[in-house]
Design a protein around this ligand. Structure first.
Ligand SMILES: Cc1ncc(COP(=O)(O)O)c(C=O)c1O
Length: 412
C-alpha cells in the first residue's frame, strides 16, 4: 500500500460516512415533496443540517448546502459582491496567496462586473499584513463590497489572525467571507461566537464562511456556505427556491448525511487529533531538516506550545534548492510515497506557486516546493517511510536539476 501524505488535496472517506451515504441512496423521496417519502427525506436532510450546524457553531437555517468548497466560495464572494454593488460598493479586499477558487472568482468579477480588486500583501511567513488591511478599510471612498480571506493557507499552513481581521472589517461596516476549507476539522469553527467576539452585525463583519466535505473524511461534491441570517446575498443559481432562495436545486440528502457524519466525527476528535498531528508534523519537519539540511521550511515555524501554533498541525511544506518539486514528487511516488508540490499545473506545465511568490520567494525557489499533509489515517510509520525515501529522491532530483541547468547554459 502506498503511503498517502496529501490530505490537503483530499482525505479518505470515513467508513461511517460511506455507510450514511449508501443508506440514504437506497431511500426514494425529494425533500421538497409533501408525501411521506418526501417528508422522510426532509427529516434526514434537516437532521444532517442541524448536525453540521452543531459543528460550525451556527443555526441550521444558516447552513446552505452546496456542491463543495469551490461553489461555496463563488456564492459567498459573488453573492456579497453583487449585494454590495447594488448600494454602490465595488471594492474587494483580498490577500495574495488565496486558493484559486477565490483568486479566479475575484478576477472574474474584475473582468466582467466592474469590481476593483485590492490585493493585500503577505509577509514572508504567509501572514496577511494586517496594517495594510486596516489602511485599505479606512481609505476613501468607503465603497468596499467585501473582504474575503483564507483562514489558513492550504499550501504553507499559515493560520491568519481571523478574528482580528473580521473585527477590523466589522468596525468599518464591511461584510466578510472566510474560506474555512483548510481549517474545518482542524480548528474550532464557531460562526456565532466569532460574530459576537468581532462585533459583527447585519452588513458588517462575518457574513459567510465556506467549508468542504472531502477535506474532512466526507465525499467529494458536498460543501456548505454558512450564511448569517441577516446577510444580504444575491444567489448564483436560480430555480425552485430551495434553501432560503439562496441556492436552488433538489437537495442531496445522501451527500448531506455523509458530510454531517464526517463533520461530527472530526469535531469530536479535533482536540486529540490536533495534538497527535502536531507531534507527527514536528517529527516530519525535524526529520527533513536532518536528512536534507539545505531544505527550507515555508510558512511559520511550529510553536513549542501547540495552542499558540500559527501553523496547521497537518501541514509541512519545504523548498528544496536546486531541484524541481515535480521531480521529487515523481521519485517519491515511485518509492511508494504520495505527496504534493502544493500548487496547480497550467495545461500540464508546473507553475511556480503564487503563494510562495507572494511570500517573496524567487521563481527558482518556488519551483523546488513540496507539501506533505497529514490526516486521520497518518501514522509515525508513514512519516518514517517518507523520511526514508527522501534522501535518495533528493539526490536524484538534484542531479536532474543540475543536468537541466547545464544543458540550458549549453544551449545559450
Ligand atoms: C483552501 C481551499 N479552498 C477551497 C477549496 C475548494 O474546495 P472543493 O475541492 O470542495 O471545491 C480547496 C480545495 O482544494 C481548498 O484547499
Amino acid at each position: 500500500m502506498p503511503v498517502y501524505l496529501d490530505h490537503a488535496a483530499t482525505t479518505p472517506v470515513l467508513p461511517e460516512a460511506i455507510e450514511a451515504y449508501t443508506r440514504a441512496l437506497t431511500e426514494v423521496g425529494n425533500p421538497s415533496s409533501i408525501h411521506s417519502a418526501g417528508q422522510f427525506a426532509k427529516r434526514a436532510l434537516e437532521d444532517a443540517r442541524e448536525q453540521l450546524a452543531g459543528t460550525l457553531g451556527c443555526q441550521g437555517i444558516e447552513v446552505v448546502l452546496v456542491s463543495g468548497g469551490t461553489e461555496a466560495i463563488n456564492l459567498g464572494i459573488k453573492g456579497l459582491y453583487w449585494a454590495g454593488a447594488r448600494r454602490g460598493a465595488n471594492r474587494i479586499l483580498v490577500p495574495e496567496g488565496e486558493h484559486h477558487a477565490t483568486l479566479d472568482t475575484v478576477e472574474w468579477l474584475q473582468s466582467y462586473e466592474g469590481a476593483q480588486v485590492e490585493w493585500l500583501p503577505l509577509d514572508e511567513q504567509g501572514f496577511v499584513r494586517v496594517g495594510v488591511l486596516e489602511r485599505a478599510l479606512s481609505r476613501e471612498p468607503h465603497t468596499v463590497a467585501l473582504l474575503t480571506f483564507l483562514w489558513a493557507n492550504n499550501e504553507v499552513g499559515s493560520i491568519q489572525p481571523a478574528e482580528r481581521m473580521i473585527a477590523l472589517a466589522a468596525a468599518a461596516g464591511v461584510p466578510v467571507h472566510v474560506d474555512a476549507v483548510s481549517v474545518f476539522g482542524h480548528l474550532q469553527v464557531d460562526f456565532t461566537g466569532m460574530r459576537r467576539r468581532t462585533g459583527s452585525k447585519a452588513g458588517a463583519g462575518l457574513a459567510a464562511l465556506s467549508v468542504s466535505a472531502h477535506k474532512i473524511g466526507g465525499p467529494v461534491g458536498a460543501g456548505a456556505l454558512v450564511l448569517s441570517r441577516d446577510a444580504t446575498i444575491v444567489p448564483l443559481i436560480h430555480g425552485g427556491g430551495q434553501q432560503r432562495q439562496v441556492r436552488s436545486g433538489t437537495q442531496d440528502v445522501a451527500a448531506a448525511s455523509a458530510f454531517a457524519v464526517a463533520a461530527v466525527s472530526a469535531d469530536r476528535d479535533r482536540v486529540v487529533e490536533a495534538e497527535r498531528l502536531t507531534a507527527l508534523r514536528d517529527r516530519l519537519i525535524d526529520g527533513v531538516r536532518r536528512a536534507v539540511p539545505q531544505a527550507v521550511l515555508s510558512g511559520p515555524e511550529p510553536g513549542s506550545d501547540g495552542s499558540a501554533d500559527a501553523r496547521l498541525a497537518s501541514n509541512a511544506h519545504f523548498t528544496f534548492p536546486g531541484c524541481e518539486g515535480d521531480s521529487l514528487l515523481f521519485l517519491l511516488d515511485a518509492a511508494g510515497v504520495e505527496v504534493s508540490t502544493g500548487s496547480a499545473c497550467q495545461a500540464g506545465i508546473p507553475e511556480p506557486s503564487h503563494v510562495l511568490r507572494a511570500m517573496g520567494r524567487t521563481e527558482d525557489e518556488a519551483r523546488g516546493a513540496l507539501r506533505i499533509t497529514l490526516g486521520r489515517t497518518s501514522t509515525e510509520a508513514d512519516v518514517d517511510a517518507f523520511l526514508a525515501a527522501l534522501p535518495a529522491a533528493y539526490a536524484q532530483a538534484s542531479r536532474a536539476g543540475l543536468a537541466a541547468r547545464e544543458s540550458a547554459l549549453g544551449a545559450r
